[in-house]
Design a protein around this ligand. Structure first.
Ligand code: SIN
Length: 528
């Protein structure tokens, strides 16, 4: 057991775009501790290929971006939130440029080269070739390293928040190298742990996306919202050796076509915008084609475009596919849909405030209502920057009136012993992820959801027993979080008696005339 107590004004858990940007801004007002369970650069941000949507062209307008976001969000977006975030877009882009992000510009031109993706009525996706997120993350890390007020703790994994009387005072953090649980005390705690794509067997998300922030927030009484809204990206590379590699929607923006096993286009049969229909429509269409034909994958073809253009515009995708034996300048790419983004998350206001004092959530961990039932492509990095900005202002104000003179009791390992059954942890992981993809995937039904609920209930009880009986390890902490998030997704999917956006239930195929957010809080579910 460790006696170490770390104290700061702001404790940031997670190190993607939203966490790092918040830290940079908050460091102007106080001390910041960033804890991250792997390396600083392990985050979903790094995998964002497509880019960041914002209005920077005179041919575009804020109103058009708002309307596209609302239409794709299928009735569930919160209008005020959409308006505020879209309006902030141009300013947030200028800021990223000032921080060192070099968005691609046209050949012989100073204008940004704007990409097109599904659901957008205009070209408005700023990007750095096809590795936008990686460049943003690198730029932010460079900045962070020069800030004296920021201390970084890599290989430190949050286990639980510490809350008293509906206020959070920091967190218990497992030092992965020493296996000690340390106390991190803070006036304000910010959850920026990303999403939970790892709840599903097939996902574009990195290994770290295990819903830690959502699970920790729920356990201390914060509300979660719309967790049943899981976006499946239509085109993950289908390859036995390369896992979780996305084939960006930007390819479809540049004309790539989806082909069935017979080599024929099928999207025009499903939507007037064909390959550029909203993501939920494209993912469901592929799912339908796969079930109809029994094929393992469909194909995405961009090979009819000029080879040098493809290599220049999509260098990462070109190289990765080539390593897999696929030359995308000559042949179509095998693809399948996979869990990609959670529109739901910890319920927050436009400043990232949860309903537990001292606790904020930003980025994919949070649910502001911006994305509604289906996220418009490349709107997530935009929301992450806007929320990091707003939260930094609100949290800086909050620390002025807060004292951190509170004792966090040391971590109590109880009677925990070393587990001799680590294999059970990996079996349970596998079982949950398979259960979720089979029963709570792109197409759901009442029967499947009930089966999923019964099974997850049993597994969650078993996992909690593990948690109390054995010395905690990173795998066990993640498993406990994954199982809770899976349970919440299933429960919230059962609460929604309609099909809307990313949530499709065969037994309720239509949209209900009543548009409601699903909201749950520990001990009070449902609250709406
Ligand atoms: C992509 O490049 O297709 C992903 C971008 C996003 O999810 O918004």
């Amino acid at each position: 057991m460790s006696d170490t107590i770390y104290s700061s004004d702001f404790l940031v858990i997670g190190s993607g775009l939203s966490g790092l940007l918040f830290a940079l801004k908050a460091a102007k007002h106080g001390t910041v501790h960033i804890v991250t369970k792997g390396r600083l650069s392990d985050s979903s941000t790094v995998r964002a290929q497509g880019g960041i949507a914002a209005v920077v062209s005179s041919e575009d307008s804020i109103e058009a971006h708002i309307q596209d976001t609302l239409r794709v969000g299928d009735g569930l977006c919160h209008y005020d939130v959409v308006k505020s975030i879209v309006k902030a877009g141009p300013e947030r882009i200028r800021e990223l440029v000032d921080l060192g992000v070099n968005f691609s510009r046209g050949v012989n031109s100073d204008e940004y080269e704007l990409g097109l993706e599904g659901g957008h009525s205009k070209r408005r996706v700023l990007h750095v070739k096809d590795h936008t997120g990686e460049d943003i993350e690198i730029a932010l890390i460079k900045q962070i390293e020069n800030v004296a007020n920021i201390t970084i703790f890599e290989n430190h994994m949050a286990v639980n928040l510490y809350a008293l009387n509906n206020r959070v005072y920091g967190a218990y953090i497992l030092d992965v190298n020493t296996s000690e649980v340390e106390r991190f005390l803070a006036k304000v705690t910010i959850l920026a742990t990303g999403g939970a794509g790892r709840v599903f067997l097939y996902t574009s998300n990195p290994d770290v996306a295990t819903g830690d922030g959502i699970a920790m927030a729920f356990r201390v009484g914060a509300s979660v919202m719309n967790l049943e809204m899981v976006q499946f990206h239509p085109t993950l590379l289908f390859h036995p050796k390369i896992r979780s590699f996305l084939i960006s929607e930007a390819l479809r923006g540049e004309g790539a076509r989806l082909l069935g096993p017979d080599g024929k286009r099928f999207m025009p049969n499903y939507h007037k915008d064909a390959e550029l229909a909203p993501r939920d429509v494209v993912a469901r269409a592929i799912d339908h084609e796969l079930k109809k034909t029994g094929a393992d994958n469909v194909w995405l073809d961009i090979s009819f475009r000029d080879a040098s253009y493809i290599r220049e515009r999509f260098p990462q995708i070109y190289e990765t596919c080539l390593k897999a034996g696929i030359d995308i300048t000559k042949e179509p790419i095998p693809v399948v849909p996979a869990a990609h983004y959670m529109m739901g998350g910890v319920r927050v206001d436009i400043n990232g405030r949860t309903d537990v004092a001292g606790l904020y959530a930003i980025g994919e961990t949070a649910c502001t209502g911006f994305h509604g039932a289906n996220r418009l492509a490349s709107n997530s990095l935009l929301e992450a920057t806007a929320l990091a900005h707003n939260a930094s202002i609100a949290a800086a104000e909050e620390i002025k009136s807060k004292s951190s003179k509170i004792e966090i009791p040391p971590w109590d390992p109880g009677e925990a012993t070393d587990s001799d059954e680590l294999v059970v942890i990996s079996h349970l992981w596998e079982e949950i992820r398979r259960l979720m993809i089979n029963y709570v995937g792109i197409v759901r039904s009442n029967k499947r959801l009930i089966r999923a609920r019964n099974r997850i209930g049993f597994m969650t009880r078993e996992i909690n027993q593990f948690y109390w009986d054995f010395v905690i390890t990173p795998d066990l902490v993640e498993l406990r979080n994954i199982s809770l998030v899976a349970e919440l997704i299933i429960k919230m999917a059962r609460m929604r008696k309609e099909s809307r956006g990313a949530h499709y239930n065969k037994d309720f195929p239509d949209e209900s005339s009543q548009i409601v957010d699903t909201i749950m809080r520990k001990g009070y579910s449902p609250v709406n």
